[in-house]
Design a protein around this ligand. Structure first.
Ligand code: TXA
Ligand code: MG
Length: 316
């Protein structure tokens, strides 16, 4: 299969309606979309990505009114969150509508729903005319793609089309929030932070490992974000240099700059987060053996960044 690219949402929407897989940009990362009602196409998403079958897909909507078509009920608490945030890098886990195939939810009775805050993504979804299920458009276990080129690197020859658009503003995947209980539980931290959510629902909290939410966020159990360079979290750029193919990303310039063949210094945590996945891929292209990532404080977006870093890192 030859993977085409386009900037035309009508071409992309008509491919989706024909049952094809289309990657599209959002404000977080590129997604790999299929019609939510097309179980053959949904199956093909899992095949194209090599995705474990127990990992549910997020459903993307063009407007809040579409949520009723994929859920069986929306609590007052969930409705408040929709009103306050959508469109946003925020996925709400809600009770699944019985008409939505178990393929989409990987057998769960719940469904993750989000409305991306990205003009082209919304126009594309509107043109599709119905919700689009989409995981991140990477090969399973690899860093999420933040450019169309990264999508083609991972999935070229396995998917039909990439809709090219403005690069994601956030660069880390959405916050996943379980709204099926009495209070919201963050299953995956993202750019909509605990602090943001508490302004609307003060009892919001993080999932406690192994304790909360029946299935938790199944995706967080699988290996993630592996590039070919070994990733280590460091407090300051270290002197323990084991290779000359060493890269660094962080907020502070490395104290031993000569040690690094490739360096990216970000001036804010947001910019660090936006750069991380593409930097991991760049390290790979430039044959780095090891990547040192500076630790950041775990408040705000720092929590999401540290979550991705710790899941991508190798143990010492
Ligand atoms: O920003 C994003 O969320 C991107 C863009 C494309 O929208 N999508 C994304 O999808 O990151 P994916 O499939 O790579 O990650 C979805 C995460 C997984 O950890 C999955 O387990 C969790 O959301 N998830 C989806 N549906 C769920 C559900 N019903 N219950 C619990 N967790 C769910
Ligand atoms: Mg993913």
């Amino acid at each position: 299969m030859h993977t085409r690219t386009t900037t035309d949402i009508q071409i992309a929407a008509s491919a989706i309606r024909d049952g094809r897989l289309v990657a599209f940009p959002t404000e977080t990362v590129y997604g790999l979309g299929a019609r939510v009602g097309d179980s053959e196409a949904i199956k093909n998403i899992f095949i194209a990505k090599g995705r474990p079958p127990d990992n549910p897909l997020i459903v993307h909507v063009a407007e809040p009114s579409w949520i009723a078509g994929v859920t069986s009920s929306v609590s007052a608490m969930a409705a408040d969150l929709v009103d306050a945030f959508f469109p946003a890098p925020l996925t709400l886990v809600l009770p699944k509508h019985p008409d939505i195939s178990d393929n989409v939810s990987a057998g769960l009775k719940t469904i993750g729903v989000r409305m991306p805050d990205h003009e082209l993504a919304l126009a594309f979804l509107k043109a599709c005319g119905e919700p689009v299920a989409a995981p991140s458009a990477n090969q399973s276990g690899r860093p999420s793609p933040t450019t169309w080129e990264a999508v083609v690197d991972d999935l070229g020859g396995r998917i039909d089309l990439v809709l090219k658009g403005e690069s994601p503003r956030f660069g880390l995947e959405s916050t996943v929030l379980d709204c099926t209980g009495d209070h919201p539980v963050i299953l995956r931290p993202g750019s909509v932070t605990l602090e943001d959510l508490r302004l609307v629902v003060p009892t919001t909290r993080f999932a406690r490992e192994g304790l909360d939410s029946t299935a938790g966020s199944p995706g967080t159990r699988h290996p993630h974000y592996r590039g070919r360079a070994k990733l280590r979290i460091v407090d300051v750029a270290t002197r323990r240099i084991s290779t000359n193919r060493l890269a660094y990303i962080g907020l502070d310039p490395p104290t031993v700059p000569d040690a690094y063949a490739l360096v990216h210094v970000a001036d804010t945590v947001d910019r660090y987060a936006r750069k991380l996945f593409s930097f991991i891929r760049q390290c790979e292209k430039e044959d780095m053996e090891e990547l040192h990532c500076q630790r950041v404080g775990e408040s705000g977006i720092g929590r999401a960044l540290m979550d991705r870093l710790s899941r991508a890192s190798v143990a010492d």
